[in-house]
Structures are given as C-alpha cells and as structure tokens.
Write a protein that binds this ligand. Structure first.
Ligand code: SF4
Length: 351
C-alpha cells in the first residue's frame, strides 16, 4: 500500500504508517552492553534529528542494558535480534519499543510463537526483516537466483506466519544492496502488504557510495509514495546517516524544516576557501531550528545574484566576504569572521 493507506503502527511515542510523517532511523555502532557509550551516541543522534534508534542485541547483557539505556534517551528504542529467541524475549521485557527479527533465523515455529506472544503481551510491534543475502534456498531455486519476487515472497511468508499466530502489530522491511532490485521489491510488496514499510538500501557502502545508492534507491521508492520510515545505511558515523536521510526527505518535498544550505560549485573566480567554508556552514547549521535557505557563494561577481533565492548568504571576495539577505548586500565581513557572523545572524533570525 502507498504510505497514506498503510496501517498505523506505534513505536513508543512515534506513529508510522497511515500518512504519518516518514520517520528517520539509525542504528548505534557502540557495544550495546556499554550503556554510557550507547546513550552518548543516541543523544547525539537525537540532536541531529534521529527519531527511532535501533541497537544490536547480541547478548543477554545487551538485552538487559536496554532498560538503563531507555531511561536516559527520548526516542523509541528498537532491539535488533538475530538467531536467539531468548534475546528477543529479554529485549521486550527490558523495555524495547519494537523488535526487529527475521523469523526465518529465530528457529522453529514454537520459538517464533514465544516471541510473538511476548510482543503481544507488551503490545509492541515486530519488524519483520528480510535481506536478499539471507534468502531461503527454495526461493533462490524457484526464481533462479536472488530476485525481487523471491525477497517479497519470503517477507510475505513471514508476515503470514505471524498473522496466523494472531498478531498484526507489524512493520516490514525488505532489503537488498542491489538498488534496482530493492526498488522493484518495494513496488511489488506495496501492492500486497498493508503494513508500514521500513525502507533502506542495505550494505550500501561507505559515505560516498552509500549516500548515492541510498539517494537513488530511496528517492525512487519514496517518490512513488512507498515507505513509512527510512534508514540511510552508511559505513561511517551514524550521525551522517541522519543528515543524509533528512536531506533526502527534504529534497523530495516530504519534510519541511531545517536549514537548507546551497553552495556554488566554485570556479576560477573563487578567491576564498569556499569548499572548506561550505562544509563548515553545513555543520554549523545542524543545531539551528530554522526553516530557511542559506547560500554560500564563491565570489562577489555572481554570488549575490545567484544567492537571490536564499534567505541569507555569504559570498567570498579577496580576504573578505559579503553578507547577503535576499540578494541584497548587507555588509562586508573579514574572511575569518564569515562563519561566526553567519551563525550570529541565524541565531538572531526573526528577532
Ligand atoms: S558564484 Fe562566483 S565563484 Fe561560485 S561558481 Fe558562480 S561565478 Fe564561480
């Protein structure tokens, strides 16, 4: 189903599906057993806009740590479980707001039932996750390899298994590192599934390739009206995942808010370190809750004109720059003061 029509599912205090805003997720890369380090990372992720956080639960100690972690954070906490159903039970008992399992690797049906019954008791959703890498042999044979059709059949089999156990508080995720296969799989499953879809390109790669693959894949899927919650998977700092996810949603017009930074590509007229400055500006605006456009332009020849569409901007000169508002030059600023002048202006915006 398209996102406006999917079932509404509550993960802690965040509702997804049924046209709710697309929620941004990430996953911690600290040891979950290390409560202090994990909480520190989650709080940093919250600050840049993470709305749901998932932690790996590979041990009983990690499952127990969830209780303490949850007390110190403000966003829903999802437990990521593989293989051991007892970890799923412990994660739920220790306060997980959702669990992510692949019923295919949890064990026989009685074990899956034990997990489902526990989720039912605590009324928390189960995310049924299927990855192309772990597609069952019979489906690989049936479809002549790993295919979108196979991934979808595998996911829907698991969904039906849990429905038959009497539970429909579900979120579904199907992932592939092959972007076009992932797109096709989402198009297919959206036609057959009422549950919200968690969308991501798995094993997308390092910051550069991960961002590109995720932007292309998520861009197409989300633009087709599919997907209720997303994660941009990067081999890198999880904070980068949130920044990328926000940018993807904003670029698609699926989210308002936050400062949009536009910057020129630089050319032979650029006389300041614009690349460095643009990166610093992008970083600097992360914690400022404004919904405006900021331009960072390389020169005073075309900069002010090109920055006309921005609410505020800076344009580089020789050792100095211009502060510009709506295309009008407001004042000249020394190059080494440009960043702090801009921040000052943003912090006092509208005052
Ligand atoms: S704004 Fe100036 S420096 Fe930047 S690309 Fe345009 S002409 Fe070149």
């Amino acid at each position: 189903m398209r996102r406006d029509d999917t079932k509404v599912i509550h993960i802690g205090n965040v509702a997804i599906g049924g046209g709710n805003p697309i929620a941004i997720q990430s996953m911690t890369n600290t040891r979950t057993e290390d409560v202090q380090a994990t909480v520190k990372q989650i709080l940093a992720l919250e600050k840049v806009g993470c709305e749901i956080i998932r932690c790996a639960v590979p041990t009983m100690e990690a499952a127990e740590a969830l209780r303490e972690i949850k007390k110190q954070i403000h966003i829903p906490l999802v437990a990521d479980i593989h293989f051991d159903y007892r970890l799923a039970i412990a994660a739920i008992e220790n306060g997980a707001d959702k669990i992510r399992i692949n019923p295919g690797n949890i064990g026989d049906i009685s074990r899956v039932k034990t997990v489902v019954d526990k989720a039912k008791e605590y009324n928390i959703p189960i995310r049924v996750g299927v990855n192309s890498g772990s597609l069952e042999k019979n489906l690989v044979e049936k479809y002549g390899g790993v295919t979108a059709e196979g991934i979808v059949e595998s996911a829907l089999d698991k969904v039906r298994m849990i429905e038959e156990l009497g539970y429909d508080n579900l979120v579904v995720s199907i992932k592939s590192s092959d972007v076009l296969m992932c797109v096709k799989a989402h198009e297919l499953i959206a036609e057959q599934c009422q549950y919200p879809l968690h969308v991501g390109i798995t094993e997308a790669g390092t910051v550069l390739s991960g961002n590109i693959k995720s932007s292309v894949g998520l861009g197409i899927i989300l633009h087709e009206g599919i997907g209720d919650t997303i994660r941009v998977s990067l081999t890198g700092d999880p904070l980068e995942e949130i920044k990328s996810a926000k940018l993807i949603l904003r670029t698609l017009g699926l989210r308002k808010g936050g400062i949009e930074v536009v910057s020129c590509p630089t050319c032979g007229r650029t006389k300041i370190d614009l690349i460095g400055l643009a990166n610093q500006v992008e970083e600097m605006v992360q914690d400022i809750p404004l919904d405006i456009k900021v331009a960072v332009m390389g020169c005073v020849v075309n900069g002010p004109g090109e920055a006309k569409e921005a609410d505020i901007g800076i344009a580089g000169g020789i050792g100095e720059g211009l502060l510009i508002k709506k295309g009008e030059i407001v004042k000249k600023v020394k190059e080494d003061k440009l960043l702090e002048t801009l921040r000052e202006e943003l912090l006092n915006w509208g005052k």
